[in-house]
Write a protein that binds this ligand. Structure first.
Ligand code: FE2
Length: 365
C-alpha cells in the first residue's frame, strides 16, 4: 500500500494570504483547502502517518543533512564517544548503539498487545537494545520560565565539522515549519481551530535526533534497528532515508512497509496527538528492520561506492512542556476522553520515560 502524498504548496499559498485568521473555521475557507485538510486528518487517523511535499524542504536540503551525518557516523567510535554526554542522560550529543531500549522489550502491557497481533502482521522481536547510534540536537527557542527545566547543557558540536550548527539548525527549522503547516491542516480537518495544535507547540522541546545504523556490520535481513514502539511526542517528521526499512502499523492493524518518494517528508503520529484528540488519532506503532529492499539498497550503494550508514533525519516535535495535554474542543465530549486525563506535557513525558528508565536505560524522547 502506498500512502498518499499531500503537496503543501496550495495550502501554504492560501494560508499566507489568510494569515491572522486563527479560527480556520470561518465560511470563507476555500473548498480545495478544506479538502486537503480533511485528507491530512484522515491519513493521520487511519494510518498514523502522512507523506508531504513541502516546497521549503528540498531533496537537496535532505541530501546536505544526510551527507554530513553519514560523514559523522562513519568516524571511528573513539571520535564519536567524545560527543557522548552520558552524565546528562544523552539529552545532547551522541547516544552510542546499544543504549536505546525498544519499549516492547520492557513494557508488559505492550507485550500483551503484541502477542494479539495476527502472525502475518507481527513485528520483529528485538532481543536487546537497538544497535543504532543517535545524535541529539535541540531546535528552537525554549521558555525562560518553566516548571520543566531542561538540562542546561550547551549543544555538542563535533570537531572538524564547521558546517554542523548551520546544517542542523537549518534542517531542524525547515522540519518544524513543515510540521506546523501539517498541524494547522490537521486541526482544521479534525474540526478544531486552525491554531489548536500550533499554539501548544510554541517553545516546545523539539529535538532533531537523526539515527545512524551501520549496515556494513548489521546488514542482515531481520536485524532490528528500532524495535516496535510508538513515539511519545506530538508528531515526528523525517526526510527520505537512503535505505528503506521502516514498517508502520495502520489503525486496522495491517503492517505496511513505508516507501517515501524522493523529495517527500514522512510524518508520524505520536502519543501527544492521541491525547489531544482523545484517541481519534492514535500514536502510530512502527519499527525499523533490515528487509530485502534494504539489502537491494545496500547492494546498489556498494556498487556506487556510497556510505553504508543508514541515516534517518528525524525530528521529534513536542507540545510545550508547560502546556496542558487534554482532549481539545469536541474531543472533550468523546466517550474515550476519560482515558486521557489532563496533565502538563512535561509531566507526561517524564512519566513515559520513567517506564523505560526503570531498566536503567533510555528510549527515544
Ligand atoms: Fe520512533
Amino acid at each position: 500500500m502506498d500512502l498518499p502524498v499531500i503537496d503543501l504548496s496550495p495550502y501554504l499559498e492560501i494560508a499566507g494570504k489568510s494569515a491572522g485568521d486563527s479560527t480556520g473555521l470561518s465560511d470563507h475557507i476555500d473548498p480545495e483547502y478544506r479538502r486537503l485538510c480533511l485528507e491530512v486528518s484522515r491519513s493521520l487517523r487511519e494510518t498514523g502517518a502522512l507523506l508531504v511535499k513541502d516546497p521549503r524542504c528540498s531533496a537537496e536540503d535532505n541530501d546536505r543533512f544526510i551527507d554530513m551525518m553519514e560523514r559523522y557516523f562513519e568516524r571511528p567510535e573513539e571520535f564519536k564517544r567524545l560527543q557522548e554526554r552520558r552524565h546528562l542522560h544523552y539529552q545532547v550529543g551522541v547516544t552510542p548503539e546499544g543504549v536505546e531500549v525498544p519499549r516492547s522489550l520492557v513494557d508488559e502491557e505492550m507485550q500483551v498487545k503484541l502477542r494479539a497481533i495476527p502472525k502475518e502482521f507481527q513485528p520483529s522481536t528485538p532481543t536487546g537494545p537497538d544497535p543504532k547510534w543517535r545524535y541529539m540536537w535541540r531546535v528552537g527557542p525554549r521558555p525562560s520560565n518553566t516548571r520543566f527545566q531542561e538540562l542546561n547543557s550547551a549543544p555538542v558540536i563535533p570537531e572538524g565539522f564547521p558546517e554542523w550548527q548551520d546544517t542542523m539548525d537549518s534542517w531542524g527549522y525547515k522540519m518544524i515549519s513543515a510540521i506546523e503547516a501539517v498541524a494547522e491542516m490537521a486541526a482544521i480537518g479534525f474540526g478544531l481551530p486552525k491554531d489548536a495544535f500550533t499554539s501548544l507547540m510554541k517553545q516546545g522541546p523539539h529535538l532533531l535526533a537523526p539515527t545512524g545504523s551501520d549496515l556494513q556490520r548489521y546488514g542482515q535481513v531481520g536485524t532490528v534497528f528500532a524495535g516496535y514502539h510508538y513515539d511519545l511526542n506530538f508528531l515526528t517528521i523525517h526526510g527520505r532515508s537512503r535505505f528503506p526499512g521502516l514498517n508502520i502499523w495502520l489503525r486496522n492493524g495491517q503492517k505496511v512497509e513505508v516507501k517515501v518518494p524522493i523529495g517527500c517528508l514522512l510524518i508520524q503520529t505520536g502519543k501527544q496527538i492521541e491525547w489531544l484528540t482523545a484517541g481519534d488519532c492514535i500514536a502510530g506503532m512502527h519499527e525499523v528492520v533490515v528487509t530485502e529492499r534494504t539489502i537491494d539498497a545496500i547492494k546498489l550503494a556498494t556498487q556506487q561506492n556510497r556510505s553504508l550508514w543508514r541515516v534517518s533525519s528525524t525530528l521529534f516535535a513536542h507540545i510545550a512542556s508547560d502546556a496542558v495535554l487534554k482532549p481539545l474542543g469536541h474531543f472533550a465530549e468523546s466517550p474515550l476522553a476519560a482515558r486521557y486525563p489532563s496533565m502538563c506535557a512535561g509531566e507526561f513525558v517524564e512519566q513515559e520515560l520513567a517506564i523505560i528508565n526503570l531498566k536503567g536505560n533510555k528510549a527515544e524522547p
